[in-house]
Design a protein around this ligand. Structure first.
Ligand code: FE2
Length: 373
């Protein structure tokens, strides 16, 4: 490790489509790049290296990083991005091993789901590291308590760092609290996106997935929001995106080697017992239908601050989901089914295993104990 290092924590290597977005947090302005197998990818804006930012996102080809099994982060602090003779400091380099999910569809895949961490970068990380064998980290929304401050937003990066050490892939999904506050409109500077959107497909080994973003949990006209929300069009764009995935299915979920299909969305938009599914029910009905057509095997959610497995019966739409919905996280080490409590220093998340074509789950707490509901 470098002395006077400007890298704040280990990188978050985030899956987007077939690529990775490597996200770097710095404590000062710097030129940033990542080198994979001798090829260097820079953080630039139309050819101009970005420096006036504490966070850098660098997209690298998935095949290249998977094959290399390691990458090197290059950071050259630059205090003054002046118009003549800028003088970067010597480049700091940080090399990480990287372990993607193996491509062999006959091998099991184990992933861990955190959601509703609400600014806690410690206890949930204990849950995700208390059991061995997790190959993929899923951060499923409300990771900060809001997007009001950089400290809240960077809960995502601190959790990814603590759990993966920059060596394993991360899937990120935005939650409704992540849409709130002074920096919410700039959240996408800090998190992975596909052409700027927080919804995208991804592939890791034999697992194909789609990340959806239901936005806020109340109607946009709710007095709580004061007019800062406009989510229906954003949700409709995801309807169109799901349709485009179906149209391109041979390169998406029907691609060679895909054996498992999952969906990830912070909010369980199909739980009709709750008002939040009534915001744009016609759009959510389309999502259910399209996810059924894709053949999704499980939908991973958070939001309700409880553990549960939702049956199709909780959905009052015409076309029932053909997949179960898991509510994956609660701030309670020994919760009852559906119990929403918030106990400081306690957390239960979900370990999801894909094996022999079947997807199963186990709830485990911050001490690694299996939680039965
Ligand atoms: Fe939450």
């Amino acid at each position: 490790m470098e002395e006077n290092r400007c890298l704040v924590c280990h990188p978050a290597v985030c899956c987007v489509e077939r690529d990775y977005e490597i996200i770097l947090l710095c404590d000062r302005n710097a030129l940033a790049s990542v080198t994979v197998s001798g090829v260097t990818y820079t953080d630039n804006n139309n050819g101009v290296m970005r420096t006036d930012t504490p966070v850098h996102k660098i997209r690298v080809p998935g095949e290249a990083l998977d094959a290399a099994g390691q990458y090197t982060v290059n950071l050259a602090p630059l205090a003054d991005h002046c118009n003549y003779y800028p003088k970067p400091e010597p480049t700091q380099t940080y090399t990480y091993a990287f372990c993607p999910v193996p491509k062999d569809p006959d091998l099991p895949v184990q992933m861990y789901v955190l959601a509703d961490t609400h600014g806690d970068g410690n206890t949930p990380a204990r849950a995700a590291t208390a059991i061995p064998g997790n190959q993929l980290l899923i951060l499923n929304g409300d990771i900060g308590d809001s997007a009001d401050t950089e400290d809240m937003i960077t809960t995502m990066h601190r959790l990814a760092s603590a759990v993966t050490g920059g060596t394993r892939p991360v899937i990120y999904a935005r939650g409704n609290h992540d849409t709130r506050g002074h920096r919410a409109e700039r959240l996408t500077d800090y998190v992975p996106t596909r052409d700027g959107t927080t919804f995208y497909s991804f592939r890791q080994g034999p697992v194909w997935g789609v990340v959806l973003d239901a936005g806020e949990d109340k109607p946009d006209a709710s007095i709580e929001y004061g007019g800062v929300c406009d989510f229906p069009g954003f949700r409709q764009a995801q309807t169109a995106y799901l349709s485009s995935l179906i149209a391109n299915r041979e390169n998406e979920y029907e691609a060679e080697g895909i054996r498992y299909r999952i969906a990830i969305c912070h909010m369980p938009f199909l739980d009709s017992r709750h008002a939040f599914s009534k915001t744009t029910p016609e759009i959510y009905a389309q999502w259910v239908s399209l996810l059924n057509r894709i053949g999704i095997q499980v939908l991973l959610c958070g939001h309700n601050h409880c553990l549960d497995v939702l049956s199709p019966a909780v959905y009052d739409g015409v076309e029932k989901p053909a997949f179960p919905t898991l509510l994956c996280a609660t701030m309670n080490a020994h919760p009852a089914r559906g119990q929403d409590t918030w106990i400081p220093g306690q957390y239960t998340g979900t370990c999801v295993v894909c094996r022999d074509g079947v997807i199963t789950h186990t709830f485990t707490n911050q001490d690694g104990e299996t939680v039965t509901i």
